[in-house]
Design a protein around this ligand. Structure first.
Ligand code: COA
Ligand code: MG
Length: 278
């Protein structure tokens, strides 16, 4: 699976922006055929996305199709699959059943990245993504569609933090991804002029166990890449943990700089350094 720190959305009817997006250092692009494209523009957008996919590829490229029950997704797939996208993003996913339904339509090693929290039923299916298909590239969530689906006026408090229902959706996505053994991808930060707010948001995501995040604007990419890359002190600390365990074979718990370290610290240190290698 490719490294997925930053995934930049580009509307599927904006080929000029697709070209620009390649130069921004995003680990992946998500070419959107769903919410960012008006209904009347979707047929042309399918052709533009397919044409872009046939050009020389310098990033991992996902295509966000329309939901499986929209009546549009089969036409989306028919248009883009021959052009071999690296993966399909599935909006309004509802657990293992929708994952299996899309899996059956794909061939080769095409990945699937579901947005797993956009309907009320989806929330109750967040534990069901594991063991369905090796195509699963991660799990992400959204805080924009679910409020509309349940008649909520917003997902955010006045200070921008999530209200309780959306904290729950975020947490369940995080645990659902890890239960399925795939990366948890944090959702977009819509206020794209507020890069300090983005940095703080992404840092909280990494702290909590997300390993990447979606972006909507070029300015967000570098901030997100930095937030989801280990800092030099973190790398040094991980090396010190591993060195101490190597120097004390058979030890369960050890002291490093006056703090107890044991198995979970060793596991985290190994995971951090393994992430550098990919
Ligand atoms: N990908 C690539 N390039 C982008 C881009 C994107 N997602 N968003 C903006 N740009 C480019 C613009 O073309 C512009 O390029 P230029 O300087 O060469 O003219 C530059 O970045 C600055 O754009 P800016 O004027 O700040 O943004 P805007 O007001 O034109 O557009 C958005 C704002 C939100 C409409 C736009 O960023 C966008 O379309 N984002 C993705 C939306 C999306 O896909 N949503 C679905 C998932 S939530
Ligand atoms: Mg949406």
């Amino acid at each position: 699976m490719p490294r997925l720190r930053s995934l930049l959305f580009v509307p599927g009817d904006r080929p000029d922006r697709m070209e620009k997006a390649l130069a921004l250092g995003a680990d992946a692009l998500i070419l959107d055929l769903e919410d960012a494209v008006a209904a009347a523009a979707k047929p042309a957008a399918r052709d533009m996305v397919a044409a872009f996919l046939r050009t020389e590829r310098r990033a991992t490229v996902f295509v966000r199709i329309n939901p499986l029950d929209s009546g549009l997704s089969d036409d989306d797939l028919a248009a883009v699959l021959p052009a071999r996208p690296d993966g399909i993003m599935l909006p309004k996913a509802e657990g293992g059943a929708s994952l299996a339904a899309l899996d059956a339509k794909l061939s080769g090693d095409t990945m699937i990245l579901p947005i797993a929290s956009e309907t009320p039923a989806a929330i109750f299916a967040l534990g069901g993504y594991g063991g369905v298909t090796p195509r699963l590239a991660g799990l992400t969530w959204g805080a924009e569609d679910l409020p509309a689906a349940i008649g909520a006026t917003t997902s955010r408090e006045a200070d921008g933090s999530y209200t309780a229902p959306y904290q729950l959706a975020r947490s369940l996505t995080l645990f659902g991804a890890h239960a399925a053994g795939v990366p948890a991808i944090e959702t977009v930060y819509p206020d794209f002029r507020d890069l300090d707010g983005l940095a703080a948001y992404a840092a909280r995501g990494r702290r909590d166990g997300f390993t990447g995040m979606m972006a909507i604007h070029p300015a967000q990419v570098a901030v997100i890449n930095a937030a989801f890359s280990p800092s030099e002190p973190e790398i040094a600390q991980a090396r010190a943990v591993i060195a101490l365990f190597d120097a004390n074979p058979g030890a369960g718990a050890l002291a490093l700089d006056g703090k107890m370290i044991d198995a979970p610290h060793l596991k985290a240190a190994r995971a951090l350094l393994a992430g550098l290698a990919t």
